[in-house]
Write a protein that binds this ligand. Structure first.
Ligand SMILES: [Zn+2]
Length: 303
């Protein structure tokens, strides 16, 4: 049987940046099949049928340390670490976590509608995250931007504004502007004037706090619009500007303030739905080849 070409990934180009996180897992079909045949006592053929509807759980797709039948292959020809099957017996499962909300709901529904087929090439799993959890996974993604590299301040600012105000085309805005300033005129929102991006004070301070959180280190504080600041310096600036009062933050110690501030930046109480679009195409293709391989083996043994 000819090897199926690598399938094109779903097209997320119309989604706002940083709303989709990819995951990749390798699953050993022989291990899955073993559970169905040895543990549940099914025939190989019946097991293959049952496996057609097998979809990983969110936990299996996202956990940092995969457990059987999932593993991280050491190389393209590596064998399954649990049962030593060759790479023909394992499949790649790709998944895309889409953060739910107004910015993505319509796009996601359209994409899912276009991808769904009777073969079950794609599946959708749902999970509810608190705003804090969603914000921390965003911060984790942002950690790939390095504060010691040039252009970090505008890059982080753009990414946060994309998250906060997803309806604007921030890519376009940032292509036009040279500098980012705090507006003394605007009470909310932002404007561009003479290639400068002006952020209203609340937005400016929000971005500053995010910059601090992303770049802070024990020794040297965090990097912000206003230079390197220790936590105490950041808190003083945010208090003097009235931003802490505006957010309703009443804690006194800088550590407690930072905790409340992070919760506020995340979106406060409540949560958001996460959708996992699971690409099962490689899994189904590899599965198709399985019973055939079993039959060939039996024929070879009988000969
Ligand atoms: Zn295995």
């Amino acid at each position: 049987m000819a090897q199926a070409a690598v399938a094109e990934p779903p097209d997320f180009s119309s989604f706002p940046p940083n709303t989709v996180t990819p995951f990749e897992r390798t699953v050993c079909l022989a291990c899955v099949s073993g559970v169905f045949t040895r543990v549940l006592g099914l025939t190989a053929r019946k097991a293959a049928q049952e496996m057609k509807s097998y979809t990983p759980t969110v936990q299996e797709l996202t956990s940092h340390t995969p457990v059987r039948p999932y593993f991280l292959p050491a190389g393209p020809k590596a064998h399954c670490p649990y049962c030593d099957s060759s790479s023909r017996r394992y499949a790649r499962i790709l998944a895309y976590r889409i953060e739910g909300g107004r910015a993505t709901d319509r796009l996601r529904r359209e994409l899912v509608k276009a991808l769904m087929d009777t073969k079950g090439s794609f599946a959708v799993l749902e999970e509810r995250h608190s705003h804090d959890e969603a914000f921390f996974s965003w911060l984790e993604r942002m950690a790939s931007l390095r504060p010691d590299q040039e252009g970090w301040i505008p890059a982080v600012t753009e990414a946060f504004l994309e998250r906060k105000l997803p309806k604007e085309n921030w890519r376009e805005v940032f292509e036009q502007v040279h500098t980012i300033r705090r507006s003394i005129r605007l009470e909310e929102g932002w404007e561009i004037d003479n290639r400068r991006l002006f952020l209203a004070a609340p937005l400016y301070h929000e971005v500053m706090a995010v910059q601090y959180i992303l770049s802070r280190s024990r020794m040297s504080g965090g990097l912000t619009f206003e230079g390197r600041l220790t936590l105490a310096e950041l808190v003083r600036k945010l208090r003097l500007s009235g931003y802490l009062r505006l957010c309703g933050i009443e804690a006194h110690s800088p550590a407690d303030i930072l905790e409340e501030l992070t919760h506020h930046l995340a979106g406060g109480d409540g949560g958001v739905k996460m959708y996992y679009l699971v690409d099962r195409r490689d899994f189904l293709n590899k599965l198709k080849a399985l019973p055939m391989a079993a039959r060939q083996k039996r024929a070879a043994a009988g000969a």
